[in-house]
Design a protein around this ligand. Structure first.
Ligand SMILES: Nc1ncnc2c1ncn2[C@@H]1O[C@H](COP(=O)(O)OP(=O)(O)OP(=O)(O)O)[C@@H](O)[C@H]1O
Ligand SMILES: O=c1ccn([C@@H]2O[C@H](COP(=O)(O)O)[C@@H](O)[C@H]2O)c(=O)[nH]1
Length: 242
């Protein structure tokens, strides 16, 4: 029954992957997910007249994606949407029945089912009224990519993937440093980082590879200081006509 309701609400095929994952890990929370998808269903509001342009921003945990996105927003006409921030916001939203489930995924470096993340992204895009987006930290596995293509493939033009290439050691040091500076993030600790890196290597790198095979990836060396990294980023955006 819930499948029929969900499918009608979000106009998606039966979310088999989601069902399987949740049955395995959170069977008691299944009804919460149905409710989440139903209440966050993307309504009939249309996107802005212009087809939105999207740049996916990918790279390891702590590579500097958020830092560079802020700089891009200051310099170019882009709106920054961090999938992780949207999930943390939903987790902390008063009355969110879904908070503990999202927190479990985040703390363990696992990837939240795409139906949740993609609904949050699409709603944020619509609510912004803007047409150029940096989508930071998404898509990070095959489920994310498939879900995006199903839900957003016809509604947005993906321009390119901005990939911040950074060694594991540097990523770890940056995340630990961010934790020590009071990020308050429940995953800026060694235990979570090991899991996040494993997920990144196993699930996210193949997605970057997939885009690379399609000639869609602009790779940036993320190891220098942030201003130096940005000078390369700026070059890429200007060369891409922004
Ligand atoms: N080029 C850089 N050199 C040194 N430190 C950096 C650089 N870029 C970012 N940092 C610092 O590293 C930490 C992680 O940066 P940031 O939050 O931008 O990474 P991220 O890729 O968005 O991380 P996550 O994927 O975990 O959200 C922050 O404390 C930030 O100030
Ligand atoms: O598309 C996404 C993005 C993020 N997550 C979860 O959030 C954490 C933190 O993400 P950051 O990009 O580092 O802010 C990530 O480890 C995942 O658990 C997600 O599931 N899907």
């Amino acid at each position: 029954m819930w499948r029929a309701i969900t499918r009608a609400a979000v106009n998606l095929p039966v979310p088999v992957t989601l069902t399987q994952q949740l049955q395995r890990q959170h069977s008691t929370n299944l009804h919460l997910l149905q409710k989440f998808i139903y209440t966050n269903k993307v309504s009939g509001i249309t996107m802005a007249n212009e087809t939105p342009k999207v740049v996916f921003v990918l790279g390891g945990p702590g590579a500097g994606k958020g830092t560079q996105c802020s700089k891009i927003v200051d310099r170019f006409q882009f709106t920054h949407l961090s999938a992780g921030d949207l999930l943390r916001e939903e987790r902390s939203r008063e009355g969110s029945e879904f908070g503990s489930l999202i927190e479990d995924y985040i703390r363990n470096g696992k990837i939240v089912p795409v139906e949740v993340t993609c609904s949050l992204l699409e709603n944020a895009m619509k609510n912004s009224g803007k047409t150029r987006f940096l989508i930071d930290g998404f898509p990070r596995n095959q489920d994310n990519l498939d879900g995006w293509n199903r839900q957003m493939g016809d509604k947005a033009d993906m321009q390119f993937v901005l990939f911040f290439d950074c060694s594991e050691d540097v990523c770890v040091q940056r995340c630990l440093g961010r934790g020590q500076s009071g990020s308050g993030r429940s995953d800026d600790n060694m235990e979570s980082l090991k899991k996040r890196i494993q997920t990144y290597n196993n699930d996210s790198l193949p997605i970057i590879k997939h885009f690379e095979n399609d000639g869609k990836v602009k790779t940036i060396d993320a190891s220098p200081d942030a201003d130096k990294v940005f000078s390369e980023v700026e070059r890429v955006f200007v060369a891409s006509g922004f």
